[in-house]
Design a protein around this ligand. Structure first.
Ligand SMILES: [Zn+2]
Ligand SMILES: [Zn+2]
Length: 108
């Protein structure tokens, strides 16, 4: 398990940038615009949006908060151009409709 050279926080699996202070595994300082997360990944509480599915009108539920770091190319397969757009943002929330399966992404 890699740990942050700055604050000794464990990196999330697959990431080379500290989620807490933005320091890279090689000790590089945080990127411009880095916004530290206020809590460990397990206890993060994404904003809960009250959404109704655009397709069927059923309430949508927050599926998970996903986090990308600039330069990584690890967005889910199938996002295409949307993935290109999102990869420059810190994170986004995924809402899903339990009724019809529609999934929507929201920038966090
Ligand atoms: Zn750190
Ligand atoms: Zn639906």
């Amino acid at each position: 398990m890699d740990r942050c050279p700055q604050c000794d926080e464990a990196f999330e699996p697959g990431y080379s940038v500290c989620w807490r202070c933005g320091t890279s595994a090689d000790g590089a300082p945080p990127a411009d615009g880095f916004v530290p997360d206020e809590a460990p990944p397990a206890s993060r509480a994404p904003v809960v949006r009250k959404l109704n599915c655009l397709r069927c009108g059923e309430p949508m539920v927050l599926s998970r908060r996903m986090k990308f770091h600039e330069g990584s190319r690890t967005w889910p397969v199938g996002l295409g151009d949307v993935g290109e757009l999102l990869v420059n943002r810190e994170s986004f929330d995924v809402h899903a409709c339990a009724s019809c399966g529609k999934v929507e992404f929201f920038l966090a």
